[in-house]
Design a protein around this ligand. Structure first.
Ligand SMILES: [Cu+2]
Length: 580
């Protein structure tokens, strides 16, 4: 389908802008391993502090990059599958809000006014521009849903009575509605707690409440990143593996998405197992729901593997009776047509296998005490969001840019090797981080000047080897990224050879059951919101009534003196005045 004009410009902008920023994000990832291993033994490097760099790494990679690529991919999916135009005004408003918001937050981070990490836990307080910028980014990201996607979806349903909406549209629609729901708690946190404190409008607020609201958003957000990758695995991967490829079961795919709708929300307390003030039994309930939300990913593993098997076996009759040998026929490294994209999905899937297992460890309430806040956790999520999600987003970005700009993919060889370097680097990184984590190696710590410094009284030699291994891994990962970037920017700056189009290779379904219950979204979302609210009432009651005795003033990362004036201090002053 041809695409020209300003909608094309916006979608390209939503891909290229975050990727330029991602260069900083990846650079600070490399800096992290260098600091932590003590290769850089300092508080800062080239004017950027350790925690400032860690904030940039987190915010750019998992908030800005993911959100903008998801909106770009969603726009392309709705445009291509529904064949209905997007509204340029809506698209520009959304894009500009995201860009302005990102630049505001980036200014606060780059100038060192927001060294609060990407979770911005209270009572650490950042410059208001950080929170307001983040809020604008999020507002911009939901605008296409309300003003382009839902109207187009409703119009399409009217014109196609009784037909199932294309699976990719279904997945992206479900994902973005989930996005709007999960934003509610974090918007409450930012608007009623963090912005007022950072502006000095209120002197103090409740840290436990703010963390609880954050994780009511912070868990589902990982599925917001993951589901677009699942859309690609279901619809694109089987088609590009072999020309005859098919999705094994359409209903299984839809059912998996709907299970995410149900179970992504009542689980946030698994990030707060060690949070005092929340009753244990509520954490246990969230633990069970978390194990429940692993189910749709396990279903996805079966569906995607079955689709791969069907696709391979329909092309290669000689492996039709083999149980395992057909895996060798997958085009892991192929330059033919769109097959280069397979390497991104396969490398991502192989990382996700590890990420799923470590995630189930994290979720298991008592096991979490072994790994919480250790390097085990970053090890885990570098194989999920840093693995499958990032690789499929890098792959689809390169794909979309080449189609939208009408250009051939340049340096295809590098583009095919890139995900495998990334995969190998991440596997080594994950191994080192996980095992060191079990030995107590902390996350979010400049260990090079403390625990891994032989001159420090804190020295812990048993962590040294693992930290050095992460340096080695870091360089392989970055090399993979550089290969990808050469291909990406090489493609952008190459001459145009075709007209600009939007198209996705799409696998049809082998088993295409009717299953009307899977195509009515409202009841699923109604139950989902109900579960979300019910599962959080006891926890919110705990952190506002029973579990917290005082609010806290805000602090910055430089001083133990609060930057906002606490109520209790004023009372103390009054008391001493009265005593006199
Ligand atoms: Cu989680």
């Amino acid at each position: 389908m041809r695409v020209e004009g300003s909608v094309k410009t916006v979608i390209l902008g939503e891909i290229i802008f975050p990727i330029v920023l991602l260069i900083f994000g990846i650079y600070h990832g490399l800096m992290q391993v260098l600091y932590r291993a003590g290769v850089i033994k300092d508080m800062s490097f080239l004017g950027i502090e350790y925690y400032q760099g860690l904030t940039l790494h987190g915010v750019i990679n998992v908030i800005v990059f993911t959100t903008m690529i998801i909106v770009a991919f969603g726009n392309a999916v709705f445009l291509y599958y529904l064949k209905k135009p997007l509204r340029p005004v809506v698209q520009w408003v959304s894009f500009l809000l995201m860009v302005v918001g990102t630049l505001m937050a980036a200014w606060a981070m780059f100038t060192g006014k927001a060294n609060v990490l990407y979770t911005f836990y209270y009572p650490l307080i950042a410059h208001p521009a950080f929170y307001i910028g983040a809020a604008l980014l999020l507002v911009g990201s939901v605008i296409p849903l309300f003003f382009d996607w839902i109207p187009n979806y409703i119009a399409w349903r009217k014109e196609h009575p009784g037909e199932k909406v294309p699976l990719a549209v279904f997945g992206m629609l479900v994902n973005h509605i989930m996005w709007v729901i999960m934003l509610v708690p974090v918007v409450i946190e930012v608007v009623f707690q963090l912005i007022p404190v950072s502006l000095g409008l209120i002197p103090e607020t409740n840290p436990s409440l703010s963390r609880t609201l954050f994780w009511a958003f912070g868990h589902p957000v990982v599925y917001f990143w993951l589901l677009p990758a699942y859309v690609m695995l279901y619809t694109i991967l089987p088609k590009i593996v072999t020309g005859e490829g098919k999705l094994y079961s359409d209903s299984a795919a839809r059912f998996a998405f709907l299970l995410f709708v149900l179970f992504s929300f009542p689980v946030g307390l698994h990030h707060q197992y060690t949070e005092p003030g929340i009753t244990n039994s509520y954490k246990l309930i969230h633990a069970f729901f978390t194990l429940g939300v692993a189910v749709p990913s396990i279903i996805t593993a079966f569906t995607v593997a079955a689709s791969l098997e069907y696709s391979i076996k329909s092309k290669y009759p000689e492996v039709r009776n083999s149980l395992f040998y057909w895996w060798t026929k997958i085009p892991y490294i192929s330059l033919e047509g769109d097959k280069w994209l397979v390497s991104y999905f396969m490398a991502g899937l192989l990382l996700f296998l590890v990420g799923g297992i470590t995630g189930i460890v994290n979720a298991s309430y008592n096991l979490n005490l072994v790994v919480h806040n250790t390097s085990f956790v970053p090890g885990h999520f570098h194989t999920t969001v840093g693995g499958l999600v990032t690789l499929s987003f890098l792959g689809i970005s390169l794909y979309m840019v080449s189609k939208l700009m009408g250009k051939d993919i340049k340096f295809k060889g590098l583009a095919v090797i890139a995900p495998w370097l990334w995969w190998q680097g991440m596997l080594i990184f994950e191994y080192a981080m996980s095992v060191a984590g079990i030995h107590g190696f902390p996350r979010r710590t400049n260990t090079g000047i403390s625990y891994l410094n032989p001159d420090s009284p804190l020295y812990r030699p048993e962590w040294v080897g693992y930290a050095e291994l992460t340096v080695f891994a870091g360089f392989i990962i970055v090399l993979g990224f550089i290969f990808w970037a050469i291909s990406f920017f090489g493609t952008i700056f190459s001459p145009k050879v075709r007209e600009s189009t939007i198209e996705f290779p799409t696998a049809s379904a082998l088993h295409d059951e009717k299953a009307p219950a899977l195509n009515r979204l409202t009841p699923w979302f109604a139950v989902s919101v109900l579960l979300f609210v019910l599962s959080y009432i006891p926890a919110i009651y705990d952190v506002t009534k029973r579990g917290v005795f005082f609010d806290s003033p805000g602090y910055n990362d430089k001083s133990p003196v609060p930057i906002t004036k606490p109520q209790s201090a004023k009372e103390d002053q009054r008391n001493t005045a009265e005593a006199k």
